[in-house]
Design a binder for this molecule. Structure first.
Ligand code: B12
Ligand code: SF4
Ligand code: SF4
Length: 323
């Protein structure tokens, strides 16, 4: 039987409480059948995280450059007048390492990237699934840009690694997070303390492997402005002190994830994004315009949107291939 709650006056709360387990079970089935893991956290708790993060940046404990370029874009609200949020659904999807195979100077080079640089492939987008399920019960849902790792860890979905990346069972750190506001009430309290995952207790492999010193042994938080990713996602020239040889990916960096024992079983699963011939590799290295590129190269750049800024990719590729 389908239970529909188009309006939910207080008197109907007991019915809603009874129906909640079956709504959650439906969500689990639908998200699970598309390979997603998820948790639900109270909206009020996410608002607490907003205050925590704001305090981190205003107190100077987190780098202002990170705030200006990324964290100021967090958005914990809905455009007014939509619905009254009760909870945030945090979703994780397995996302393998990405590889572009580049032919260059007679050899083939695997050019890698962490999984975050390509988007979900519809129709398996979590938002579509959430909308399909929740609107059937009279609830609303909307994408929200929160600090994803913190929400995932606080909701019990993930654990932090010492490298500051979040880990989920089975997929290690190779997963993509996204969060959704909804008026669905939270079925139970999921607030979880911040701890490293168990494997980190006697391990510092990521800190030792990090070429830039961004993973510090004297504090938990990443020294984010040192991270390779911070520099190779930025079109400005690499600052002096950031050695081009530290780069190992077309975008981002994989050193602290590839060394991690918690990723042992998943790091071999690599998705081939495309193959570039010697001429195509040269076109990208030379930073030629899209009009001058082959359809194959243009199709590859299309997959990388919005990271398809050619001068940036060209500079990063030059740091990876022999000149
Ligand atoms: C800004 C940003 C960056 C910045 C700064 C990262 C940072 N750690 O500060 C830069 C450019 C350096 C970066 C790099 C990378 N990023 Co990034 N990044 C983001 C972004 C846009 C916002 C993150 C942020 O500013 N959070 C605020 C900070 C303060 O929170 P936090 O980093 O979680 O810090 C918390 C911990 O330190 C914790 N903490 C504090 N004390 C203690 C104590 C203990 C014991 C514990 C356990 C924890 C703990 O509390 C802090 C907050 O209070 C998110 C997307 C999003 N919407 O969340 C992606 C995101 C976090 N990035 C991601 C990834 C994958 C990466 C890279 C691997 C490169 C890439 N793009 O693929 C590298 C990894 C670097 C690393 N080792 O962390 C993924 C992470 C997925 C996952 N599996 O967890 C995200 C979620 C994007 C996504 N949707 O998939 N990133
Ligand atoms: S390399 Fe070791 S310390 Fe670092 S995240 Fe993985 S298990 Fe934790
Ligand atoms: S992504 Fe690279 S530079 Fe950044 S913390 Fe990890 S190993 Fe260090």
């Amino acid at each position: 039987m389908l239970v529909v709650y188009n309006s939910r006056p207080d008197s109907e709360e007991p019915n809603l409480n009874e129906a909640l387990p079956s709504i959650i079970a439906d969500l689990s089935r639908q998200l699970g059948s598309h390979g997603f893991q998820f948790r639900i956290i109270k909206y009020n708790e996410v608002k607490v995280l907003q205050d925590e993060i704001t305090a981190l940046f205003t107190s100077g404990n987190a780098d202002d450059q990170i705030f200006q370029r990324y964290a100021k874009n967090f958005n914990y609200h809905l455009p007014s007048g939509n619905f009254q949020p009760n909870s945030v659904i945090c979703v994780s999807e397995f996302s393998p390492i990405l590889k572009i195979s580049c032919r260059w100077q007679g050899k083939t080079y695997p050019v890698l990237m962490p999984p975050t640089y390509i988007d979900f492939t519809p129709p398996a987008h979590p938002l579509t699934i959430l909308q399909n399920v929740l609107t059937r019960y009279g609830f609303s849902v909307s994408r929200v840009r929160v600090p994803e790792k913190l929400v995932a860890v606080r909701s019990g979905l993930a654990h932090y690694g010492r490298n500051n990346i979040s880990y989920v069972p089975e997929w290690g750190s190779f997963h993509r997070l996204s969060s959704y506001l909804t008026d669905l009430p939270t079925p139970k309290d999921t607030w979880t303390p911040l701890t490293w995952m168990k494997q980190c207790e006697n391990c510092v492999a990521c800190a030792n492997a990090c070429p830039t010193g961004a993973i510090r042994k004297d504090r938990e938080m990443l020294d984010a402005a040192k991270c390779n990713t911070f520099h190779n996602e930025n079109p400005d020239p690499f600052p002096i002190g950031i050695k081009p040889t530290w780069h190992n990916c077309l975008l981002g960096c994989l050193k602290c994830q590839l060394i991690c024992p918690a990723n042992k079983n998943v790091k071999e699963k690599v998705e081939l994004l495309g193959e570039l011939s010697e001429d195509e590799t040269k076109l990208l290295l030379d930073g030629r315009s899209k009009d001058e590129m082959t359809p194959n190269l243009r199709a590859l750049l299309e997959k990388l949107k919005p990271w398809d800024y050619i001068p940036l990719l060209s500079r990063n590729l030059r740091a990876l291939l022999p000149s």
